[in-house]
Design a protein around this ligand. Structure first.
Ligand code: ZN
Length: 235
């Protein structure tokens, strides 16, 4: 006979996902530059990885165009390292789509190349930037993701996210409570030290507080699902 104590002990030893009976998801957060997925989604990423899901932050470029006071030739290395540090904090992994900061290309060959990157990762859910963001690279990664999704017969769920100072005309409908992971979100954003997070992180907090007011949480990240997309399990 199994005692109640040993039953409890073995239940606690099981991994989280076995207990919740939810299969692990593969989640991709696509962004133009190192720091964008973190700015818009770090709380959601932290929530996902806490639950045992796999998350990849996929950057269109390595931020070659700006890294504070350092010379431009060093930016890719500096910002790749910052992305690695942010992903370590979030228990996620980095991936890079090989484009160049500020010179985003959306033509047939770049659509195909980006689709191959997504296809190789085979995600269940992809979060990408909003197509009416101010930065060209954000709009590019948004269209590259959308095109790959349509051409790939909408295999993954597709959601859009917002970033401070850049996203316009965004009316989200899905919310993730990030109150419990606020310190890790902050640390992941501050890993991008070359981007002077003091200048934008407080604005992102204003956004998540206002999204929290709309959803009944202290702070929330907010998303918009493409109307043709299946629903994903949000954390
Ligand atoms: Zn950006």
């Amino acid at each position: 006979m199994i005692s109640r104590r040993s039953l409890l002990a073995s239940a606690t030893a099981l991994p989280l996902l076995a207990r919740s009976s939810t299969p692990a998801l593969k989640v991709i957060v696509a962004g133009g530059h190192p720091g964008d997925p973190e700015c818009g989604c770090a709380g959601t990423v932290a929530r996902y990885t806490e639950l045992g899901h796999e998350v990849v932050l996929l950057y269109l470029n390595r931020g070659e165009g700006y890294c504070g006071g350092a010379s431009l030739g060093r930016c890719a290395a500096i910002r790749t390292a910052e992305a690695g540090k942010a992903c370590q904090i979030l228990k996620a992994r980095t991936a890079f789509a090989g484009q160049y900061d500020g010179r985003a290309m959306i033509d047939a060959s770049h659509y195909a190349a980006f689709a191959r990157v997504l296809e190789a990762e085979s995600p269940d859910v992809v979060f990408t930037q909003w197509p009416i963001d101010r930065h060209r690279d954000h709009r590019a990664v948004s269209l590259l993701t959308l095109d790959a999704w349509w051409k790939g017969e909408k295999k993954f769920a597709l959601y859009y996210y917002e970033v401070a100072e850049d996203t316009t005309m965004f009316s989200p409908a899905d919310y993730v409570d990030i109150s419990s992971v606020e310190s890790r979100r902050r640390a992941a954003c501050y890993a991008h030290a070359s981007q002077q997070p003091d200048q934008w992180y407080p604005k992102q907090v204003e956004i998540t507080k206002s999204r929290g007011v709309a959803s009944g949480f202290p702070q929330a990240e907010a998303f918009l699902r493409h109307p043709e997309s299946k629903r994903a399990l949000l954390p």
